[in-house]
Design a protein around this ligand. Structure first.
Ligand SMILES: [Zn+2]
Length: 313
């Protein structure tokens, strides 16, 4: 068999990891999942990741005639991609883990790229997902919280300290609900999937009601659900217009659990954004296309990008 050149792609979440071996044309040669085992502590998680990556390297050698040429890894929290350090991750208990160095050593010295989970997912959505080569885009996943990734000319802007794109912490309702970040009235306290779930549980009197139930009630014409839904969309539109004003993106890609509501979300959201802009040019507002594989696919792109910039031997 002719050896197939490929890279390791690894997306580390709070509880689980997704991995793949990805060929140069983007095809997935192999996929695997594993628990992070975070209940065993931060050091054990690092060791689980290193062991998993080493197995993936061996898998490539055994099944595709050669080991991976590079690896890309997406991790949560605060990431210093330039020096390859996972600076802080509350859900994994990490502080200043030199992940790139640890991985490269374990993988026999192959080049390793480290990325932030949302920015890495955004890279994939912008390049091979909903953005389809969009030169300037904003990726906004609406999940437990609200995060963001700013796409600029084929890469993602991290900011000077790794905090760029945190649209969830734009204050849209001064003095509003308390946010985990210490501020009040942040976008994510009003328009995340969790925020809509909380609001609909309170309005409907059903403590188990969530955002998906709210969207369903909106579609069936429930007036209270519509009120909750439009309040969230109004806040989301306010936050997006601030971002649009600053960044002038060509495309806004909305993902996460709330985007699963489809046109129940997108039709009123486009209208709400349109009503708020004055001089700004309206970007296309589209649903994300890659779902929960975006982080892993983006990690693969980071790895291939490393090889593209390598000086040929
Ligand atoms: Zn906040």
């Amino acid at each position: 068999m002719k050896p197939v050149k490929h890279v390791i792609a690894l997306d580390v979440g709070g509880t689980g990891m997704k991995a793949a071996l990805i060929a140069g044309d983007g095809s997935l040669l192999h996929e695997a999942r594993r628990a992070t085992g975070r209940e065993r502590g931060p050091e054990a998680v690092v060791e689980t990741i290193l062991g998993f990556a080493a197995e993936l390297l061996a898998h490539g050698r055994e099944h595709f005639g050669r080991a991976a040429s590079a690896a890309g890894v997406a991790v949560p929290g605060i990431v210093d991609a330039e020096n390859g350090t996972a600076v802080y991750a509350a859900n994994l208990g990490w502080r200043d883990v030199p992940m790139r160095e640890l991985l490269s050593t374990r993988l026999g010295g192959i080049p390793v790229a480290l990325g932030h989970d949302v920015r890495t997912g955004g890279l994939a959505e912008g390049r091979i997902g909903a953005g389809r080569d969009a030169d300037r885009f904003l990726f906004v996943p609406l999940g437990t919280g609200i995060a963001g990734a700013i796409g600029l000319a084929g890469r993602i802007e991290a900011g000077a300290h790794g905090y760029a794109g945190e649209i969830g912490h734009i204050v849209v309702r001064p003095g509003g609900p308390a946010c985990g970040c210490g501020q009040y009235g942040c976008l994510e306290t009003l328009a995340s999937a969790s925020a809509v779930s909380r609001a609909w549980a309170a309005a409907s009197g059903d403590p188990d009601a969530d955002a998906a139930h709210c969207a369903k009630a909106v579609r069936s014409g429930d007036a209270r659900a519509r009120e909750v839904w439009l309040a969230a969309i109004g806040a989301l539109a306010d936050g997006l217009v601030t971002a649009i004003t600053l960044l002038d993106p060509r495309t806004v890609i909305i993902g996460g659990g709330l985007a699963e509501a489809g046109e129940t979300l997108f039709t009123p959201l486009r209208t709400a954004v349109e009503e708020r802009v004055t001089f700004q040019r309206l970007p296309e507002i589209v649903p994300a296309a890659l779902g929960d594989t975006a982080g892993c696919l983006g990690a693969g792109l980071l790895a291939w990008d490393l090889l593209a910039t390598e000086v040929p031997a």
